[in-house]
Design a protein around this ligand. Sequence first.
Ligand code: NAD
Length: 478
Amino acid sequence: MSYETLQLLIDGKWRAGSEGVSEAVLNPATDEELAQVPHASEADLDEALVASLRGFEVWRKIPPADRQKILEKAASLLEARIDIIAENLSKEMGKTVPESHQELSFAISILRWYGEEGKRAYGREIPARAIGVRQIAMKQPVGPCLAFVAWNFPAVNAMRKIAGALGAGCSIIIKPSEETPATAISIARALIDAGLPDGVLNVVFGKPAEVSEYLLASPVAKKVSFTGSVEVGKHLQRLAANTLKRCTMELGGHAPFMVFDDANIELAAKMAVVGKFRNAGQVCVSPTRFLVQDAVFDEFNQRFLDETAKIKVGNGLNNDSTMGALVSARRLEAVDALVQDAIGAGAKLATGGARIGNRGNFYQPTILTDVPKDCRIMNEEPFGPVAAVSRFVSTDEILTEANRLPFGLAAYAFTSNPAITDMLADDLQSGMLAINSLQVAAPETPFGGIQDSGYGSEGGIEGLDAFMQTRLVTYSRA
Ligand code: NAD
């Protein structure tokens, strides 16, 4: 099957960048060039801004029930095209084809959910203090939006923003990652083919810092939504301040994975492997600090190692691969640097710890134990297939360690003790907490972090609300 044709989408037209600039998209499993992705010039970005304003005026006036029909048709088109889109996603990002299928199915369910929920963007009537007066708090779409998204979930990251904006009645300009452009283009094609009016969705690529700086300086867009690193999120928020754009920031994490001595250890070890090594660890909610209580430390470690040994690393397009390549040589180097730093500081290497082969960005599933707390990996997000396991003795110490870092995205705990569950629910600093489970994301539930992991939710009614503003209208009998 051939790779997607890489184009910009501006005002409903698929086209190249006006200055003819482009960059190569590489297959992370083979290092081969897949295609060139076109860069938008400043003139192209200006056109996208004008188109998004026009598109907004058209889209916001279409009743939500009719908007939903277009989103539903796009969801059906994506379902019909899922095999080819999944293969291209794996080609450009490295994950296995079953992982790509799963991601796309989730993205399609997000599109359907927002299409439906847009019909329920209720305002409210507030009883007035005088007879003959009506006070209505109306919900309205905020306006044209901007989105910048990372490469790790090319479908879901993009869909959360596109579907949220469209469900609310906003238009959007999205800059997906230049490393994984085909997936977002395929999503946009389905929406255009389903009848989305011109200018409602625009897709651009370029040098990330230049594109975001240019678009954020314009007063046209009223909101920006970003998925990526803490550092870039803070930078974009500073730029957004100049025009007072609303922000949703879905940033990095460093999730604790706590295993208490009353836990089902077999379940905990299985979940540890699924949670840590899916998407080769390139997941913002990926568990990183494995904190295991003394009495079950050896049993958990043995089971974790045994399960990890079953992983088959290889080209995501191969049927027998269960973990694919990292997205880029840059990530491969970054992950290895964190592992070598930990080993140098005295951490024990239980398994893995090295690159596989010299073609493609393959890294061994890696488990480190007894990792000193001041190592880089205990403080920085590894965003790769590396687990750092350490021991704790008493339940009293767990909150101090789990809450030690400025991040606050996801946290996981394995316990059968309701008192521990209550303590964690009350006092753990994370936007999401899963107990005896890995479940932190569904279309209908709010997904997002606190502290340095960002703010604002994607998913759930909170996710729709993030693309809406409240306006008070008072009617008085003349
Ligand atoms: P990076 O910060 O360079 O890039 C992350 C994404 O942000 C890329 O897709 C890039 O296109 C975009 N980006 C970068 N600079 C930008 C700018 N000035 N304006 C707009 N977009 C910009 O990091 P990376 O090396 O690609 O990934 C490594 C780190 O990124 C990880 O350690 C992790 O913290 C973070 N990350 C987080 C998520 C997440 O889901 N929260 C996803 C991917 C990456």
